[in-house]
Design a protein around this ligand. Sequence first.
Ligand code: ADP
Ligand code: NI
Length: 199
Amino acid sequence: MDIIKDAMEFAWQIFAGDTGGHDFYHTLRVYHLATAIAREENADLEIVQLAALLHDVDDHKISPQTYGDKGRAVAFLKAHGVPCERIAQIVQIISAVSFRRNSGRPDSLEAMCVQDADRLDALGALGIARAFAYGGSRGRGIYDPSGLDKTTTIDHFYDKLLKLKDMMNTKTGQKMAADRDRFTRSFLDEFFAEWEGSR
Ligand code: ADP
Ligand code: NI
């Protein structure tokens, strides 16, 4: 029984069809990013991979009734015979990652890897695409030049996305975030130049 493959299948069933920035491919990208970071950082690969694949299955927007106890992730892991202490480790990672972004540093290397991977997917070309998809799904505007509407997607860049680079936990994550942050900033330069008609 390949538990990683089953976890992928489980995530696919939950997220297929979501268009608000939480589609299955977000989970898959976080899995690949977390795997790459975990290898560089010598973290426990299976813990990182399972936590990455399950990190959003109990998200408060998707499954508010299991957000507290991570019930879906726990049920999956139990059904696959994962020992209790490893389940507890994975639940701790998922809680650390899903907790509001400005919370302190997670206390395990594995949690740091998954949190970095999740944050990386909110930056760069993919992060930009997700932000506008999310904003659109909530009926938010692209940008308000008067500054009165502070809920536009461009506001989200300043509220959150441009802060992520300095919140990365691992050296590997920091390096990857630096590139994505540069790209995100150059997107904003181009955006405003085009907005004002100077390019
Ligand atoms: P995750 O669960 O993957 O950590 P969130 O649920 O916080 O992330 O957000 C999902 C995606 O939607 C991210 O790419 C994030 O940048 C984007 N997003 C969240 N809030 C907003 C917002 N107010 N405006 C635009 N995009 C947003
Ligand atoms: Ni996520």
